[in-house]
Design a protein around this ligand. Structure first.
Ligand code: UD1
Ligand code: UDP
Length: 388
């Protein structure tokens, strides 16, 4: 990976104190390449803060990705409610930002940690860089609360690093000034390439049947909707020609919705969350993906894996437009029909199994750190309000 111009690394006031705030699995995955790029540059003195929104799903991930978080705010509670999580996070993040006084706070995506990191930074008048900016469904109920979080961060951030031209257009339509929008690609692709190059993972499938990889966790599907989707997965496994593999999210609500229907079937493998090397290897080895995950929708096309998106909306329509993903909703009959068609018809499957990269070329992190170095060298650029 080429690094920012070393000539830019000579900073009058010392290196840029960039505070990276993360707390969930996808934030770790998508910020890891940004942290690696900053660690490799003398222009940065990164400060990594783990909010602790996730615990079991995050700590092994941080180790695998080589991220040493100096601070763990350990806010996670069992069955945490959004309002109490938000309250704890804003308080704890404000304290750490006030104490460390970073030059910039970097947040990623649409989690409660990202929203609270952006809010706390703006209360402390520290400029915010938003990685994976501009994703929109326009529907505050779906995904919930992520669409709200993204829109709010979009009001706060100074730098909006967008994965695609469409995401940039969403921000322009919301009157974010052009000079604050930088289209970089999605850092998830940087990390996926890095991980597969390490060649450390093992696929988690147990059989030689056709391999269907499933992930489900969204709040808006939990309960009756997710139980019905579990019924569809069991019907697929009943075919006898495919293995359905589902690494389970740690959320108790997700487990209660899925496990009773999926357990004790010879063609269904349910397991604990996979560490990233194994998940990447499993994705690379599968024939078909069924998911409601944002990150998986971005990674699968890059590896030429057909994706059925089990959601009512997607903020990542680029893969659908490229013909490698289908938005099939959550209605059980539709999901079953779409999956059956792909499993029955090899030509249909092959038509979607094309490796494309609508979400990035693997160089997003480099563009992000280069932009931050350029702008942090100009103190007037730092405190430009997001809106003129
Ligand atoms: C969060 C994000 C979502 C993201 C997902 C990634 C918000 C509002 N949502 O959703 O955008 O897609 O992370 O996975 O920020 N839990 C554990 N151990 C863990 C992780 C979670 O027990 O390691 C439990 C928590 O106690 C909690 C539940 O799982 O009760 C849900 O976790 P939470 O962070 O509230 O939301 P997610 O559904 O994980
Ligand atoms: N992932 C993983 N192990 C698993 C399931 C997913 O490492 O068992 C990775 C996956 O590669 C993707 C990310 O987790 O990069 C997606 O996280 P999640 O689905 O929890 O959140 P979302 O992307 O929907 O916000």
């Amino acid at each position: 990976m080429s690094m920012p111009d070393p000539a830019l690394n000579v900073l009058a006031d010392g290196p840029i104190r960039a505070m990276v705030v993360l707390g969930t699995r996808p934030e770790a995955i998508k910020l890891a390449p940004v942290v690696r790029a900053m660690n490799a540059s003398p222009a940065f003195d990164p400060i990594i803060v783990n909010s602790g929104q996730h615990r079991e799903m995050l700590l092994p991930m941080l180790r695998t990705l080589g991220i040493a978080a100096g601070t763990d705010l350990a806010v996670m509670r069992d069955r945490q409610r959004l309002s109490e999580l938000t309250g704890r996070l804003v308080n704890a993040l404000d304290a750490v930002i006030a104490d460390r006084r970073p030059d910039v706070v970097i947040v990623q995506g649409d989690t409660t940690t990202a929203l609270c990191g952006a809010l706390a930074a703006s209360y402390e008048r520290v400029p915010v860089a938003h990685v994976e900016a501009g994703l929109r469904t326009g529907n505050l109920a779906n995904p919930f609360p992520e669409e709200l979080n993204r829109q709010l961060i979009g009001r706060i951030a100074r730098w909006h690093f967008t994965p695609t031209a469409r995401a940039a257009a969403h921000l322009r339509a919301e009157n974010v000034p052009d000079r604050n929008i930088i289209t970089t690609g999605n850092t998830v692709i940087d990390n996926l390439h890095w991980m597969l190059a390490q060649d450390e993972g093992k696929p988690a499938f147990r059989t030689d049947l056709r391999r269907v990889l499933v992930t489900l966790h969204r709040r808006e599907s939990q309960g009756a909707g997710m139980r019905e989707l579990a019924g569809v997965l069991r019907r697929l496994a009943d075919r006898g020609d495919c293995e359905v593999l589902l690494p389970l999210h740690k959320s108790p609500a997700v487990r209660e919705s899925l496990v009773p229907t999926l357990k004790d079937h010879p063609a269904i493998t349910i397991c604990e969350p996979l560490d990233y090397p194994d998940f990447a290897a499993t994705l690379a080895a599968c024939d078909l993906v069924l998911t409601d995950s944002g990150g998986v929708q971005e990674e699968a096309p890059s590896l030429g894996k057909p994706v059925l998106v089990l959601r009512a909306t997607t903020e990542r329509p680029e893969a659908v437009e490229a013909g490698v993903a289908r938005l099939v909703g959550t209605e059980p009959a539709h999901v079953l029909a779409a999956a059956t068609r792909l499993l029955d018809d090899p030509a249909e499957r092959a038509g979607m199994a094309r490796a494309v990269n609508p979400f990035g070329d693997g160089k997003a992190s480099n563009r992000i750190v280069t932009t931050l170095v350029r702008d942090c060298l100009r103190p007037d650029a730092l405190f430009v309000p997001a809106f003129d």
